[in-house]
Each structure stands twice: as structure tokens, then as C-alpha cells.
Write a protein that binds this ligand. Structure first.
Ligand code: NDP
Length: 250
């Protein structure tokens, strides 16, 4: 499939995990990919180029509004577009609500939600002008509520409201706006969660797999393929939706 020929895609937080898998997937289907991360996104870009694809790495902290604006201007000049934005950068700072610090509240809201505001506002300027855009943001199953994740759940539920609203405001410009809400995906983020609760990554995954209908945890590539669908013209009449990618868990 070459669904993204002549398209420029921007993927934030793409140095590893779901972001890296998404950048690789979009590139494999023909996109020119701007690989963004707050440090060293070069590995992902190099992997894409080594596989015959087109990618460029940009250092960009999504919480820094000025840097986001400047990086999007450089991407427009270097690669054209952007036609696709994947708001993937995210962090967790888990704690029970009664002792959740203001710092942990602020940092999670700042990266996971305000970062999406910054990047989407920067991207929409180009998308409106070209009357074409696909925006996909990472929500989470935790948006439905998850012990120890009041900050993260609030941010990821915020993504769903933002997505529904932007679909209404940007639809007139041929821009679709959707979210994916993964369940447990085996990445550095969930390995860190395992570590915090004193379990090995393998034991933690096994415990989650036991309560997941498909009987296993997810892989970054299994989220990337859903993001690629929503970012493609196969999903041309899908907007304002949040699609759960969670192995059937409720
Ligand atoms: P990872 O922690 O593996 O990767 C996240 C990437 O985002 C890292 O490279 C990280 O850099 C980068 N990042 C963090 N803060 C910023 C910032 N301010 N600006 C730019 N980049 C930043 O996470 P996952 O791949 O697991 O998760 C990707 C997305 O999917 C996140 O939004 C997450 O909330 C969401 N998600 C993940 C699930 C899972 O089970 N893994 C489930 C549901 C949703 P650094 O390493 O330097 O911090």
C-alpha cells in the first residue's frame, strides 16, 4: 500500500514506542515523515531512511509553544504540508489523588493535553490553507478512569473532548480529527509503570493479559496501523471519533 505518497506527516514523541512505530508505518506507506521528540529523534529517522523511506528528525518539546511554531514552519519549508499530524508525545506521573503533587498534575496536563493544543494549532494553519488535513491524537483507555492516574486520565479524556470539537470546527476545511485510545501496549512507558509497582515488565504484562479478552497485551505496531487508517483517505468520512485499541477490554 502507498496511501501516503506526496503527504508529509508529523509525529511527536517519535523517538521510541508507539510514536516510532507510527513514523515507520507512515513512511513505509510513502509519507515524508517529520520525526519529533524532545531529545534525539535521529534513530527513528535513520531507521526510516535505511529502509528506503524519507524522514527528517527535529528536536521539539511540545510544551514549548514557540519551539513548536518554529519547528512546524521549518517542516513546511523542508518537506511541504504538513498533511498529517499524529499527536503522540506523552508522559505519566502516577500517584494516588490524595497525594498527587501540583508538579505531577501540571507536567502531565502540559505534555499530554497542552502539547496537543500547541501542535494542532500550529498544524491547522497549513492544513486550512491547503484544504487537507488528518489529525490523530493519542488518548488512552485510562480516560475512562484508572487508579493512580487522575492527572493522566484527565488529560486523555481532554483529548477526546478536544477531538470532538476540532472535528466540528475544522471539517469545513476538509480536515478530519480523530483519536485512538490504546489499552496496555508494551513500551518503555508501561515498563516504567511495572517498575513503579515493583514488578518485572514480563510479570506485569502477564497480569494484564490475563484480564484482556484477546489474552495478551498490545504491540506499538498494532496502534500504528490504526493511526495509519485514521490518517489515510480510507477513513475520509470518519471524524470526531475516539477508537479504542485495547484487545477487547472494557
Ligand atoms: P513512550 O514513553 O515509550 O514514548 C513517548 C515519547 O514521547 C518519548 O520518546 C518521550 O521522550 C516523548 N516525549 C515526552 N515528553 C515530550 C515532550 N514534552 N515533547 C516531545 N516529546 C516528548 O510512550 P508510549 O509509546 O508508550 O506512548 C505514546 C503515546 O501513547 C502517549 O501519548 C501515551 O500516553 C499513549 N498511550 C500509551 C499506552 C501504552 O500502554 N503504552 C496506552 C495508552 C496511551 P522521553 O523519553 O525523553 O520522555
Amino acid at each position: 500500500m502507498n496511501r501516503f505518497t506526496d503527504r508529509t506527516a508529523v509525529v511527536t514523541g517519535a523517538a521510541q514506542g508507539i510514536g516510532a512505530a507510527t513514523a515507520l508505518r507512515l513512511a513505509a506507506e510513502g509519507a515524508r515523515v517529520a520525526v519529533l521528540d524532545r531529545n534525539a529523534p535521529d534513530d527513528t529517522a535513520e531507521q526510516i531512511v535505511a529502509a528506503g523511506g524519507d524522514a527528517r528528525a527535529y528536536v521539539c518539546d511540545v510544551t514549548d509553544r514557540g519551539s513548536v511554531r518554529d519547528v512546524f514552519a521549518r517542516i513546511a519549508t523542508d518537506l511541504g504540508g504538513p498533511h498529517i499530524l499524529v499527536n503522540n508525545a506523552g508522559i505519566t506521573r502516577d500517584d494516588l489523588f490524595f497525594r498527587l503533587s501540583e508538579d505531577d498534575w501540571e507536567s502531565v496536563l502540559s505534555v499530554n493535553l497542552t502539547g496537543v493544543f500547541h501542535c494542532t494549532q500550529a498544524a491547522q494553519k497549513y492544513m486550512v490553507a491547503q484544504k487537507y488535513g488528518k489529525i490523530v491524537s493519542l488518548s488512552s483507555r485510562s480516560a475512562l478512569g484508572n487508579r493512580g492516574q487522575a492527572n493522566y486520565a484527565a488529560a486523555k479524556a481532554g483529548i477526546q473532548g478536544l477531538t470532538a470539537t476540532l472535528a466540528i470546527e475544522l471539517g469545513a476545511y476538509n480536515i478530519t480529527v480523530n483519536a485512538v485510545a490504546p489499552g496496555y501496549i508494551a513500551t518503555a512507558m508501561t515498563a516504567a509503570t511495572a517498575d513503579r509497582v515493583g514488578m518485572s515488565a514480563a510479570d506485569h504484562q502477564e497480569a494484564v493479559a490475563a484480564r484482556t479478552p484477546l489474552g495478551r497485551v498490545g504491540l506499538p505496531e498494532e496502534v500504528a496501523s490504526v493511526i495509519a487508517f485514521l490518517a489515510s483517505d480510507d477513513a475520509s468520512y470518519v471524524s470526531g471519533q475516539t477508537l479504542y485499541v485495547n484487545g477487547g477490554a472494557r
